[in-house]
Design a protein around this ligand. Structure first.
Ligand code: MN
Length: 238
């Protein structure tokens, strides 16, 4: 009987220690959310591949995340390995991206932009932002609808591959822009610099399987899956 109690006690103790370990690790992860470039992990998609259907189909999300995004990450890690960039924050690398090899600009941008893109979408998203972000949008663009039109136009008229952005500049002013390839508003190579709040990928690989050449339909669908909570958090953090 004592033996059984002892075994149960050991199992209970090891479970507690294990659970405690997990708890501590989670706290540590939260405490050092800002990783250096060398510590960058390829984050899990925040939802399942089919979560954005019918607006973005399962196969597109799967290929886009597990092939395209993963490949940018792998090539970015290879490009920074053993360099001064490994111990820097990615925002600081982007600030001087013109002085680093083109592989850093293309793959670092590719890694980072896609992370923002996945995070600013969710199932049953869309609607309107709230609070300070909504007021800032209304103040800057006149109305939410005017903002929506201007952002959509930036995405539609980007020639070739690239991205549309809502960002906030150093004077806390919102602006809409678009960038070619994998450039982003944090980079010293772009015309309008700022902190990205909302991003839309308009590379053909982001929509071609479902929408073929109809980029405008993909852009219209994007408004149904925006995760405004995440966009607002980015705005408040700025
Ligand atoms: Mn993409």
């Amino acid at each position: 009987m004592n033996k059984i109690l002892a075994i149960l006690l050991v199992i209970g103790l090891s479970y507690t220690v294990h659970a405690e370990g997990v708890h501590v690790n989670n706290q540590a992860v939260q405490a050092c959310e800002r990783q250096t470039v060398g510590e960058t992990e390829f984050k899990a998609l925040p939802y399942s591949y089919d979560a954005l259907e019918p607006y973005i189909d399962k196969l597109t999300v799967e290929i886009h995340y597990s092939k395209h995004h993963q490949s940018y990450y792998t090539k970015f890690m290879a490009a920074i390995k053993g360099t001064e960039m490994a111990s820097m924050y990615i925002e600081d690398v982007f600030k001087n991206v013109s002085k680093y090899p083109l592989a850093v600009r293309n793959n670092g941008g590719g890694y980072y932009n896609h992370m923002l893109y996945w995070e600013n979408m969710k199932a049953n998203g869309g609607g309107l932002p709230t609070g300070r972000l909504l007021s800032a949008i209304q103040k800057e663009f006149g109305s939410f609808d005017a903002f929506k039109t201007q952002f959509s136009d930036a995405a539609k008229t980007r020639f070739g591959s690239g991205w549309a952005w809502l960002s906030v500049d150093n004077n806390n002013k919102l602006f809409i822009s678009s960038t070619p390839n994998q450039d982003n508003p944090l980079m010293d190579v772009v015309e309008q610099k700022g902190t990205p709040l909302l991003v839309l990928d308009v590379w053909e690989h982001a929509y071609y399987l479902n929408y073929q050449n109809k980029r405008a339909n993909y852009i219209d669908a994007f408004w149904k899956i925006i995760n405004w909570d995440v966009v607002e958090k980015r705005f408040m953090k700025k």
